[in-house]
Each structure stands twice: as C-alpha cells, then as structure tokens.
Ligand binder design. Structure first.
Ligand code: HEM
Ligand code: HEM
Length: 130
C-alpha cells in the first residue's frame, strides 16, 4: 500500500535484474569466452576493473534509489505531498544516482571493450577446430 510503484520498487528492480540476469550473463561470458577463443585469459586487469566498477556502481545506484524511495514514501504516502513536489525534494538523490551510474556505465564499457578486443578466436583455436 505504501511502497507500490515508488523508487523502492526501482531499487528492487535494478538490484534484482543486475543480480539475477546481468551478472549471470556476464559470468557465463567471462568463463566461456577465454575457452572458446583459446586464450585462457581469465584475470585481465581490465576485467577486474570492470567487475568492481560495475558492482560498486550498481550498489551505489540502488542505495541512492533506496534512500530516495524511503523519503518518497514518507513524503508522498504518509504526509500526503504532491508527486511533483516530492520529486523536487528527491533531486539530490538523483545526482548521486547519476554519479554511481557513471561508475556502472564505465565498468560495463570496459567489459565491452575487452569483449571486442579478445572476443575473436586465436589462430591456434581455429586450427584445433578444423
Ligand atoms: C529475478 C528476480 C527478480 C527480478 C528481476 C525482479 C524485478 C522486478 C521489477 C523490474 C519490478 C518492477 C515492475 C514495475 O513496476 O515496472 C518488480 C516489482 C516487484 N517485485 Fe520483483 N523481481 C525479482 C524477484 C522478486 C522476488 C523474489 C520478490 C518477492 C519475494 C519480488 C517482489 C516484487 C514486488 C512485491 C514488486 C511490486 C512492487 C510494487 O508494488 O511496486 N520480486 N520486480
Ligand atoms: C546507467 C545505469 C542505469 C540508470 C541510471 C537507470 C535509471 C533508471 C531510472 C531513473 C528509472 C526510473 C525509476 C522510476 O522513476 O521509477 C529506471 C527504470 C528501470 N530500469 Fe534502470 N537504470 C540503469 C540501468 C538499468 C539496468 C542495467 C537494468 C536492467 C538490467 C535496468 C532496468 C530498469 C527497469 C526494469 C526499470 C523500470 C521498472 C522500475 O521502475 O523498477 N536499468 N532506471
């Protein structure tokens, strides 16, 4: 009754999507790609950086959503303020959200860079296949 469709939901949605689907896809890629390309390259410095930036970024984002959500529920659903008025009060949380989202996006960007850089099979791997 109090939290339906608020930023508390957005917090749950982001952490759940990231944890359940995002992370499993990236984990499967990180495990299989080095095998499929024949590079056996599991622990590149960029890979570690991508992991920490995206995870710290997402935890920061969802913490910002959580703080904003609790404040929103209180002001909108308990005190009865208008949606727009409450959104103005929540702007500071969105600034933090954007900062953390920048970390997240940087981490994902590095992952994609590594994916493109090392995603093609080595000559050796191609020969074994043939
Ligand atoms: C793979 C796991 C999950 C994912 C990806 C996920 C994702 C989401 C998303 C995106 C929403 C927002 C829907 C929207 O308003 O557009 C949502 C809402 C909700 N989820 Fe999940 N969820 C997961 C698991 C769970 C679990 C395990 C529970 C409870 C034990 C749960 C309880 C809820 C509830 C109650 C809402 C509605 C909140 C509201 O009233 O606004 N979810 N979920
Ligand atoms: C740069 C990273 C991201 C930013 C800044 C961001 C921001 C946002 C914002 C501000 C909303 C609207 C929340 C509201 O007003 O109720 C939203 C909704 C949503 N986002 Fe993201 N998001 C990001 C990444 C992602 C990712 C990676 C996923 C899924 C894997 C995702 C899934 C969703 C979903 C399902 C909704 C709609 C449901 C809800 O309200 O919970 N987002 N996002």
């Amino acid at each position: 009754m109090y939290t339906h469709g608020t930023l508390v939901t957005a917090m749950h949605g982001h952490l759940a999507f990231w944890g359940a689907y995002g992370m499993i896809v990236l984990a499967i890629i990180s495990y299989t790609l080095p095998n499929m390309t024949g590079r056996k390259l599991y622990d590149s410095a960029n890979g570690v950086l991508a992991f920490w930036l995206s995870n710290i970024g997402m935890i920061g984002m969802t913490t910002a959503f959580a703080a904003a959500g609790v404040a929103q529920v209180y002001m909108e659903r308990i005190m009865g303020l208008e949606f727009g008025e409450v959104q103005k009060e929540l702007q500071v949380h969105f600034i933090i959200l954007v900062l953390c989202a920048t970390l997240f996006t940087t981490g994902i960007g590095i992952f994609i860079y590594e994916f493109i850089r090392y995603g093609t099979p080595t000559d050796e791997a191609l020969e074994t296949k043939n």
